[in-house]
Design a protein around this ligand. Structure first.
Ligand SMILES: [Zn+2]
Ligand SMILES: [Zn+2]
Length: 178
């Protein structure tokens, strides 16, 4: 049995079809997610990306289980610096943040804004909480991991093994001007 979901940018032009369950649903507290989120939030029409405690929510999904079914030409990438290994990709049509990608990674960390309210997978853990000035403000409803811990990497590695160590490529045509 396959279960799938389509998530879309706010205006509906960019659609990603997700096959199967996510690798994990996390909140990242790292400084670069906060900085990048705050930059992207200044774009007209952008939703809130970084929440009040400094967290950015992501659904991590295998790349081979993501299909960009429409609007690929609208995707724009944003890097914190020209040589940054991480890019964040926004739907340029309506400035909805779509995903974060580590270069060469086998998964995408999907921003949760494209999910309908109530359909977002529940958070399983927080990562990089050591980047917060005061991590004690975080609730202890899920594990708060100081870095990307062994448990986090084990989940990623498990997914990569199932993918037979392939890392599909995502073509992004344009850069974001902020
Ligand atoms: Zn759009
Ligand atoms: Zn982060």
């Amino acid at each position: 049995m396959t279960h799938h979901r389509t998530v879309a940018c706010a205006c509906g032009q960019v659609q990603l079809r997700l096959e199967g369950p996510p690798i994990a649903s996390v909140e990242c507290l790292c400084s670069s997610c906060r900085t990048a989120g705050q930059v992207l939030e200044t774009l007209p029409g952008s939703p809130q990306i970084v929440d009040d405690k400094g967290a950015t929510a992501f659904v991590m999904q295998r790349k081979d289980r993501i299909e960009n079914v429409s609007g690929a030409q609208n995707l724009r990438e944003f890097r914190l610096s020209p040589e940054a290994a991480t890019r964040r990709v926004v739907a340029g049509c309506c400035n909805t943040p779509m995903f974060l990608e580590f270069s060469g990674g086998h998964w995408l960390s999907l921003y949760t804004a494209p999910w309908p309210e109530g359909a977002r997978p529940p958070i399983e853990m927080r990562t990089m909480t050591g980047d917060l000035e005061d991590p004690s403000v975080l609730p202890d409803d899920v594990p708060n991991l100081k870095q990307h811990s062994l448990r986090f990497y084990a989940l990623l590695l498990g997914a990569w093994i199932k993918m037979r160590f392939r890392s599909p490529k995502f073509e992004i045509k344009g850069e974001l001007n902020v």
